[in-house]
Structure formats: C-alpha cells, structure tokens
Write a protein that binds this ligand. Structure first.
Ligand SMILES: Cc1ncc(COP(=O)(O)O)c(C=O)c1O
Length: 375
C-alpha cells in the first residue's frame, strides 16, 4: 500500500531528537528552528516528559470520557494558574482544527446563528468550519464552502462592525498574530476594538492560540499583550510538546450541557500528563522569560543581516522577510547548514518556531549560516 501523497517531503529521516536538535539515521545533527511547526515547546524528549508519559502509560493510558479522569481537573487548574485566564472552563480534544471546530460550533449553539467572521491570510485548520474560515481557497472543498464566512482585512474594524450589525454572526475568529499567513499582527487598538464590538453585538470572540499559545510569544497567550478577554480560546501545538492534544477555554457566560460537545480520545490520560508536564517545565525552567530574552537577541542580531526587508513576529514566532522567495534559502539551510526552518503563505518570509528552550548559541549558528548564504 502506498501513502496518500499530500506532503512534499524533504528527504531527511529523523530517528531521534534531544532538546533543540534532531538526528537522522546516520546520526547527522540538525538544529531544529522549526519545532515540527511550533509544536515542540519544552524541547524534544525532555527527560521529565519522557518519564511522566512512560510512567502514566504503565498505570493507565486511556479510558473514555464516561468515567472520572482527575488528570483533566488537574490540567484545568494548572492551566488557569499558568494562563491567568480565571474561571474559564476547559474542553479537551486532539488537534488545532478540532479545537477551532468545537469553538465555532459552540459559538453557533450559544448564539443560535451561523455566520463566521474571519481574517484574510488567517489559518484555522482543515476541518469543516475551521477550513471555511481559513483564507486559502485551495484547501476548501465544496462541502466546506457551504459555511457562511466573511473575510476581512486584518485591522478593518469598520468592516467587521458593519457585518456584525446585520445580526447574523455567531463568531469572530482571529489569530492574535498570524502564523501560517506570515506573522502579521494588528494594533492593540484594533484587538481592543474587536473585543468591544463583539461584546456590543453579543458575538463570540474566538482567539485562535493554536500556534501562538503556551508561551510561544513570551506571554502565555498572544492576545494577552492587547488586554482583551475572548469568549473562547483555542489551543493545541505547544500544549503537548508533540503529544496530540488540543482544547478550548470557554468563558463562564457560555454554559455547558450534556452532549453539547464530545470526543472519544480528547483529554485521555496520556494527553493530560503530556500537557501537565509542559506546564510544569514551562514554569520550572522559566521558559517564557527565555522566549523574551532569545527573541530580543535574535532581533538585535538579525538587524545586521544583508537583504532583510523586515524582521517579523514576536517571542519565538519570528520571521525574516526578503524581497525574493525563500524556498532555495530554506533548502540551503537544511542541506548545507543542517538547520530546519519554516516557510509561510507569503513566499518571501522565512520563519523560525524553535523549541522554547533555545539558547543564544543556536541563534548565532543560524545567523552565521544566513550571513554565508546572503553574502
Ligand atoms: C493558528 C492555527 N490554527 C489552527 C491550526 C490547525 O491545527 P492542526 O494542524 O493541529 O489541526 C494551525 C496549524 O498550523 C494553526 O497554525
């Protein structure tokens, strides 16, 4: 049987990984500035993570959501402490798209409306409502296109409010800082205004923190920089450091009822222990502080690079914009310099989304490689 061929693959086969490095079958070492697409938060195969998951597996790995699982309660309370998002309710699932799908569905139940507002260049995943809210016609199948979605330019508060006035919108979904789109972020005035008009028109504001959450920007959630209070916050990626886990935080104004949402695998014992360990290590190793320090260091170093048009992003969701497509540069970085980086929808943006444990010496390694390639 062959694989369904949907991924253009780099011909590299990692067989093990440690902190910010991955190793192929010939033991060649690669510096991982991609983090498997912003997934690796506390570093590959962190000893505490390996120990806790193995230990949990030896006790119980999975049972259904029809029994008590105290690990879910523990995760809810640790998440509240780490994020400062007080009194929200937690629903657990398995991926970013699923988190957004549940967020949109819940918004629709709550408001009894069905139109969704999203933003140009946004990415929210590949399931039905999530992909319909994603600005990429190539991945929207006819069955998804029946969803009612209106896209606005990031920052267009006037446009969004005119749509909300029609009284048929259930949710506005937004990434506080766009990931796949290429690291664009609007102003605090815009995010505050958006929060205000959503509240004014009783529309559910969904902060998609799938990529930017769990400390990646230096704040626990990226929206926190703007002092807003979304009704639903979606999470995944860094939440499990590679273990598939996602979830939504739901404002207390939105009430639960039996059967409203559900999942077989979501919130299983292994997923909870993975995420609890991420929270424990984030705190113990002061990784949010590290994110800020390394981010500042990167920005300072990147300023001296030739040919860079803009340094984009914040925290460890960073990018360099050039006035040429970066596909070749990315290949040179991988095959010649043994450094993994990321791309974006904007073909001129080279992104880095490293583990949050990254140190200055790794940034130096990257900057030196770029100096060689750009000179
Ligand atoms: C902001 C954002 N939302 C949602 C998703 C979808 O997450 P997943 O691939 O886990 O379904 C992604 C994935 O890149 C993302 O960056």
């Amino acid at each position: 049987m062959s694989l369904f061929n949907v991924y253009p693959l780099f011909d590299i086969t990692p067989v093990r990984a440690k902190d910010v490095y991955v190793y192929d079958e010939n033991d060649v070492e690669y510096l991982d500035l991609y983090g498997g697409h912003a997934v690796i938060s506390i570093g590959h195969s962190h000893p505490k993570y390996v120990y806790n998951i193995a230990n949990q597996l030896n006790k119980i790995g999975f049972y259904s959501n029809s029994i008590q699982n105290p690990l879910q309660e523990a995760l809810a309370s640790e998440l509240e402490a780490a994020s400062g998002c007080l009194d929200y309710q937690l629903f657990l699932c398995n991926s970013g798209a699923e988190a957004n799908e549940n967020a949109i569905k819940l918004a629709s139940f709550h408001t009894n409306k069905k139109k969704v507002i999203a933003f140009k260049n946004g990415f929210h995943g590949r399931t039905s409502a999530a992909v319909a809210a994603t600005d990429n016609s190539k991945i929207i199948a006819p069955v998804n296109a029946q969803q009612e979605v209106e896209l606005f330019q990031l920052g267009d508060l006037v446009g969004v409010e005119s749509a909300l006035k029609k009284n048929d919108v259930c949710a506005v979904i937004i990434e506080s800082i766009q990931g796949v789109g290429g690291l664009d972020e609007s102003t605090t005035d815009f995010y505050k205004g958006l929060d205000l008009i959503c509240k004014r028109h009783e529309v559910v504001l969904i902060a998609d923190e799938v990529q930017s959450g769990f400390g990646r920007t230096g704040d626990f959630f990226a929206f926190q920089k703007h002092g807003i209070k979304p009704n639903i916050i979606s999470m995944a990626k860094g939440m499990g450091n590679g273990f598939p886990v996602g979830g939504i935080l739901i404002h207390p104004n939105i009430k639960a009822s039996y059967g409203l949402l559900g999942t077989t695998f979501g919130g299983n014992h292994l997923a909870c222990i993975a995420s609890l360990t991420v929270l424990e290590v984030l705190k113990k190793e002061k990784l949010q502080q590290n994110v800020k320090e390394i981010s500042n260091y990167f920005t300072k170093k990147a300023k001296v690079l030739p040919k860079v048009k803009a340094i984009k992003g914040r925290g460890l969701m960073l990018g360099l914009e050039f006035d040429f497509p970066i596909a070749n540069l990315r290949k040179e970085l991988i095959f010649k310099h043994k450094i993994f980086t990321g791309s974006a929808k904007n073909p001129n943006v080279l992104r880095i989304l490293p583990p949050l444990t990254i140190q200055k010496e790794h940034i130096d390694q990257f900057i030196n490689a770029l100096k060689i390639e750009l000179s």
